[in-house]
Write a protein that binds this ligand. Structure first.
Ligand code: SF4
Ligand code: SF4
Length: 420
């Protein structure tokens, strides 16, 4: 049985925090609010107090613990590598266990735990798009005409598809003999909002002759439920994905979403039970493509006279796993791309899963900084490797009045590759 760690399991790590405050320089929420309760050491101290039973779950404690993107930025800058993101997630689980899930958390658990319901809601969203949203120019998304529960009017969201990606493609696409066989873990973002990214993924793997299995019964990785403290939902989703992704033997499980990658590698990898084996087989798509020699293929493509200026945003869920070079290497290899590095490419975009729903004001402040760096780079496109980041980056750019578009690197790769 898949089993998430309890707050008690983090006792040693919590005690490693020496309250030095080095995390202040790395925490985007502290950067937005400059309040001690917002920084990692404050949240670790609160989690310790929760663990020791020294405080009740009063509103102030819950608010402080909700003010975390779970981005892991503080961990990299911490001398003792205290895993604040994991500790805060475990504290939220403890709170949910004792007080029950929040109303929003109940909604997240109800929808993620019922893939058929999620499918119907996404398709309905696709059909009602014209009523709910105003189309933005330059294909940069849809703007909400009026507020919806938990969503402010004026927020940019991507198009919802009325034909999810996994319903468009066969469950198995045969490649060439002797080439690897992979399972594609699509994630919800690609399945419901960015199916073109899924198509681009398939084009790249077809180019390399790789056999792809896209299990129909795969479910959400569960990261939004991690953020909400919905323990049973995360564990049930992990079990469902274990069944779906191990039905047929594969060499790798590939992701094209940083958050799904972290879900499979870090969250499942840390679970007690068999789900950890999913983490061992999981690769980010650009790590895999480089291992398969795609950069050499790209070097043979003819050059382009008017390349487009592109910069890269590091999704936290890849950066904190040390995956920063591979996406850039692919981008720099594309003939139609003139790559420019932006300042602070590695800082969080401000999405943080359910954080941007609960704390949209702070999320916008964090996103505004990122939009400023994108603009200063002179890039026309900001490319990344995470559907969630694309959504947040485009919203931030639109709020800043920018003209840039946020895209997935796979979309640019697909443009460069010949049809075969
Ligand atoms: S940097 Fe690490 S040890 Fe220092 S206060 Fe922050 S969490 Fe604690
Ligand atoms: S995980 Fe991110 S938001 Fe949370 S305390 Fe660390 S740096 Fe701040």
């Amino acid at each position: 049985m898949a089993k998430l760690k309890d707050l008690e399991d983090y006792r040693d790590e919590i005690e490693q925090c020496v309250k030095c405050g080095a995390c202040r320089a790395h925490c985007p929420v502290f950067g937005a609010e400059r309040r001690e309760g917002r920084v990692a050491r404050g949240k670790v101290a609160l989690s310790q107090a929760v663990l020791e039973g020294e405080i009740d779950f009063e509103a102030k404690v819950m608010e402080d613990l909700s003010q975390c993107l779970l981005c892991g930025s503080c961990c990299a800058g911490c001398p003792n590598k205290v895993p604040t993101d994991e500790i805060v997630a475990a504290a939220r689980r403890r709170i949910a266990k004792e007080k029950g899930l929040s109303t929003f958390g109940k909604g997240v658990a109800a929808i993620l735990g019922r893939p058929r319901l999620m499918n119907s809601l996404a398709k309905t969203g696709g059909k009602l798009s014209a009523l709910i949203f105003k189309k933005l120019p330059d294909n940069s998304g849809l703007r909400l005409r009026f507020p919806l529960p938990y969503l402010e009017a004026g927020r940019t969201l991507p198009y919802f598809t009325d034909q999810p990606f996994r319903e468009r493609c066969p469950e198995r696409i045969e490649g060439e003999p002797g080439k690897p066989t992979v399972a594609f873990f699509t994630g919800c973002g690609i399945n419901y909002m960015y199916p073109a990214v899924g198509e681009a993924f398939l084009k790249a793997l077809k180019f390399l002759g790789v056999t792809v299995i896209i299990p129909k019964d795969q479910a959400c990785c569960g990261l939004p439920a991690v953020s909400a403290g919905a323990t049973a939902t995360v564990e049930a989703l992990a079990e469902q994905n274990l069944t779906a992704l191990t039905r047929e033997p594969v060499d790798y499980i590939l992701t094209a979403c940083a958050s799904c990658n972290a879900g499979l590698v870090k969250v499942y990898g840390d679970m007690k039970g068999d789900c950890a084996e999913l983490g061992i087989k999981t690769r980010d798509i650009f790590v895999f493509l480089l291992e398969q020699g795609l950069a050499e293929n790209l070097a043979e493509l003819p050059s382009v006279t008017n390349p487009v200026r592109v910069t890269y945003h590091d999704p936290c869920h890849l950066r904190t796993q040390g995956i920063t070079k591979e996406p850039r290497d692919i981008l720099k290899s594309l003939p139609q791309v003139e790559y420019v590095e932006m300042e602070n490419a590695g800082t969080c975009c401000g999405l943080g899963g359910t954080y941007s729903v609960y704390h949209y004001d702070n999320s916008k402040k964090i996103g505004a900084k990122k939009a400023g760096h994108i603009s200063a780079s002179g890039a026309e496109l900001v490319a990344t490797d995470c559907p969630g980041c694309i959504m947040q980056l485009q919203d931030s750019i639109n709020h800043a009045g920018g003209k840039q578009r946020a895209v997935h690197i796979l979309e640019l790769l697909s443009e460069a590759l010949p049809e075969i």
